[in-house]
Write a protein that binds this ligand. Sequence first.
Ligand code: CUA
Length: 178
Amino acid sequence: MIQETVLTTSLLLMAILAGLFVWVAAGAGAAVTDHGSIAASAARVRNVTFGVVAIALVAINYRTLGSLPQAATFTADPPSTVIREARVTGRQWSWTIEPSTFVVGQTAEFHVTASDVNHGFALYDPDMHIVAQTQAMPTYTNVVRYTFTKPGTYQVLCLEYCGLAHHQMAAQINVTAR
Ligand code: CUA
């Protein structure tokens, strides 16, 4: 829905811009004598555009930022599961995950940080569906929990472009059946 709106708006603006180019190109050869009235009409257009954009920006900000900050989405203590803490550190270009083996039913509480630049911690289940993600940031620790529901090899991939070998920044988490 948002993507469609953005796409439509972008296409509309591109069309207006293209139209302006055509209009300017078409009039490029014409002789101009009345410079004063051209300057005055340009100033009018500029003032009206500025006013419209300013009002639109205030409205958009009010509409989109009104509900911030958003509440954390995980519950504090999920019942009937065992929480195991895991320390995760991202660096160019590898992950350290300690521990990296879990049992089905266990909830991993990943404490995620980085030692150099920002990385993206993304956890993929054995079917390569993303099941959890957070930012790995220097000097800051993000906490994300995930309860393993099926055994197998989970992949941790970097979801934030972090340099030349970003695509090779991968690690495995093994989850065994109960
Ligand atoms: Cu680390 Cu991309």
